[in-house]
Design a protein around this ligand. Structure first.
Ligand SMILES: Cc1cc2nc3c(=O)[nH]c(=O)nc-3n(C[C@H](O)[C@H](O)[C@H](O)COP(=O)(O)OP(=O)(O)OC[C@H]3O[C@@H](n4cnc5c(N)ncnc54)[C@H](O)[C@@H]3O)c2cc1C
Length: 448
């Protein structure tokens, strides 16, 4: 080895989970080091929308939204098909407001709005001022630097040396150079998910092997492979989430989700272009909507002017790029996407009539607080599922300690964020991933 560096706490990954852990660790540890394989901090956290699901926030109170920890726990477990670890879910839900307040105190600003995402019972999502995870990463990274957390970039961890269930050293590579880091106290793994790891996606869910991903190309499962080899339990690896609101007309996450995820799915409808009909409860969680879309070339996400105006998001970029198109009437939509005009008209009529008839929606969608689709122009976007989040990963307990195959935990290794499994079970709710990173990241960085 060309070099050997000593630190008290070593953190692998500089996303929101890793940075939260680093800040907490620095309260008690002298030398805290974050190792990041990319040239800059943030990972997927940086390119995310930064939306956080919070129970009992000042903004929920201001907007008159009644909520409770129990309700969020129930929503997360329902979406997760009760595969979630109930203690972890409660830990995240109970500490969500505290974590939000922590980010505010450090300097993150939030928009004065509370958004609804499929699968939640009430609006909970708070959005940073620039609608980007960059807002949170920038503040956490800046603060970590200020309090003396060291960070190494372009440095990839390739192995961990263990003895007696304790991580002793981490081996990393930078530009072909091998370095060894000796860990005096603890190791935190915050290496993110594997949403761009084609090999792993194919291994765990062949249905998604050919789908595009919303993740950075660097979102690979290398650290999971290393931890698996060293005897950590990996759980729920087959639980891979697709975002059913991405545009096939752009690569990766793009800008389409601002319309499809924030407006059309919560307030409008989805149409199967081959039949001209609805096919799912558009407000259901992502897993249900994705599964209903598999096999279609794409679905059409439709909203009207009133919905777009009410939501108040600026769609000019999406309209200029042709990701979202507007139509003066339903026939024009049918013509453009080659659907039978009468069928499409009837689909929308039947949907709108439910608001007067107060009859059950065919897909059991709760229409409370929604309105008919009737105010032109109509806004339409082609939407397809893209691999978005990997719920599975390293098994942890509520102290974020990594659990081994034999059920005991390693002595000084914790994990948090998307690399850890258990919080979200079979499907994670929108805006709960970053909250998971904040809460479990802070716990992982706490005293070991
Ligand atoms: C486009 C997009 C939008 C999203 N929007 C939202 C949202 O609005 N709300 C929400 O709750 N969730 C959202 N999510 C999900 C959420 O952003 C992620 O789950 C979360 O940010 C993951 O954070 P993390 O800290 O666990 O991992 P990351 O932020 O991915 O950080 C992990 C870091 O570890 C580094 N790393 C990995 N392996 C190694 C190694 N061997 N050596 C050194 N470094 C390594 C990576 O390079 C990366 O920088 C979104 C995801 C995407 C992709």
């Amino acid at each position: 080895m060309e070099n050997d560096v000593c630190c008290d706490v070593l953190i692998i990954g500089s996303g929101i989970a890793g940075l939260s852990a680093a800040i907490e660790a620095k309260r008690t540890a002298e030398r805290v080091l974050v190792i990041e394989k990319l040239p800059a901090p943030g990972g997927n956290s940086l390119i995310s929308d930064g939306g956080i699901g919070v129970v009992g926030s000042d903004l929920q109170a201001k907007h008159g939204i009644r909520d409770s920890v129990d309700l969020l726990v129930a929503d997360m477990q329902k979406a997760g098909e009760h595969k979630n670890d109930g203690d972890l879910v409660r830990m995240v839900a109970e500490h969500s407001n505290q974590a939000y307040e922590w980010t505010k105190k450090l300097g993150v600003g939030y928009l004065d709005r509370v958004d609804f995402f499929g699968g939640h019972s009430v609006p909970r999502c708070l959005t940073p001022t620039n609608r980007s995870g960059r807002d949170i990463v920038r503040v956490l990274h800046g603060h970590a630097g200020k309090i003396g957390v060291d960070m190494m970039f372009n440095m990839e961890v390739t192995d961990i040396v263990f003895e007696d269930d304790r991580a002793l050293k981490v081996i990393a590579h930078q530009k072909g150079k091998s370095l060894t880091y000796t860990i005096k106290q603890s190791l935190v793994i915050a290496s993110g998910g594997f949403g761009s790891d084609k090999e792993m996606i194919e291994k765990y869910d062949t249905r998604f092997a050919k789908l595009d991903s919303t993740n950075l190309p660097s979102a690979k499962g290398d650290m999971l492979r290393i931890m698996d080899k060293l005897g950590a339990q990996l759980i729920d690896m087959e639980e891979i989430q697709c975002g059913p609101w991405a545009s096939p007309d752009e690569n990766g996450f793009g800008i389409g989700p601002l319309f499809a995820d924030y407006i059309a799915l919560p307030y409008g409808i989805l149409i199967d272009p081959e039949k001209g009909t609805r096919f799912v409860n558009e407000r259901a969680d992502r897993k249900i909507v994705t599964e209903a879309m598999l096999g279609m070339p794409y679905a059409l996400a439709v909203a009207d002017r009133a919905m777009v105006d009410d939501c108040g998001w600026d769609l000019s970029k999406l309209l200029n790029k042709g990701i979202v198109r507007t139509f003066d009437d339903v026939d024009a939509i049918a013509e453009t996407y080659k659907m039978d005009k009468e069928t499409l008209r009837e689909t929308i009529d039947v949907y709108n009539k439910r608001f007067n008839d107060k009859k059950d929606d065919a897909y059991k969608k709760d229409l409370e607080g929604l309105s008919p689709l009737e105010t032109p122009p109509f806004y339409v976007m082609k939407t397809v599922p893209k691999v978005h989040h990997t719920m599975g990963g390293i098994k942890i307990d509520t102290h974020a300690r990594v659990i081994k195959e034999d059920g005991h935990h390693f002595k000084n290794i914790r994990a948090a964020g998307e690399c850890a499994g258990g919080v979200h079970g079979g499907s994670r709710l929108g805006s709960m991933a970053i909250m998971d990173c904040l809460v479990m990241g802070r716990i992982a960085g706490g005293t070991l």
